[in-house]
Design a protein around this ligand. Sequence first.
Ligand code: NAP
Length: 237
Amino acid sequence: MGDKVWGFNDSGLQSHAQYLTVSENEAIAHIPEGITYQQAAASIEGAHYAYNFIKRVPFGGNRKVMLNGASGAIGSAALQMLKYYGAEVTAVCNTQNLGLIKSLGADRVIDYLQADFTQDWKLYDFVFDAVGKSSFGKCQRLLKQGGVYISSELGVNAENPFLAMWTPFRGGKQVRFPLPTDRKGSIVFVKKLLEGGKFRPVIDRWYPLEDIAEAYRYVLTGQKTGNVMIRCNQDES
Ligand SMILES: NC(=O)c1ccc[n+]([C@@H]2O[C@H](COP(=O)([O-])OP(=O)(O)OC[C@H]3O[C@@H](n4cnc5c(N)ncnc54)[C@H](OP(=O)(O)O)[C@@H]3O)[C@@H](O)[C@H]2O)c1
């Protein structure tokens, strides 16, 4: 009783409830020392998807990664996880977020308002599109032989799950479309990163609970940076 915990559940509409019962075997953990409730809350949803996408492929050990949408909730978490695993990351964002993305560890940053990342001159082991704005077709030329394309979105014609089924059999460049089912693994991993000072949640803005519709409208612009937070209780810390 009274422990400071945080958790995650993306399985239904109860996500915005102020109180929730969660089994101790599910995605719930003690908040690390020195981390506030707000920081903990901003450290899980995008991080959960990022973790589930990148853990299915060997992203670490100096692998070269092109990360599109690095300033989003998934992208900003993925960038920090990729750096934790030792990948060399070229990250894509807009002019306004160049400083933020460098501060999160990107080795090189491409401003998508100035250049088309799909026309980059380098070859990569992985292209990870964390906002799903590209396609395997456009990104193939960036991949080394055997390189892998992952997108957080289905694709313009919902092609990514199908490409993920057949490209591994034909050899060469591949598509993966991991299902983000491991919630417990996500929170255990993020907790470890927070404890080691290897993860900094990016918070864009806060809305009080009564303005949640306004918060959704802002998120739907597709231009948020990191996470948008809902404050249920003015006294939270
Ligand atoms: N597969 C799954 O299970 C799953 C689960 C959750 C979410 N998703 C999907 O994953 C995507 C990302 O979610 P999210 O919450 O991380 O998104 P998000 O935070 O809303 O992404 C917004 C970010 O995308 C960037 N962006 C917008 N247009 C861009 C472009 N043309 N090129 C590069 N970056 C661009 C924006 O950067 P600037 O401000 O710099 O423009 C902004 O920082 C969403 O499409 C969501 O539907 C998939």
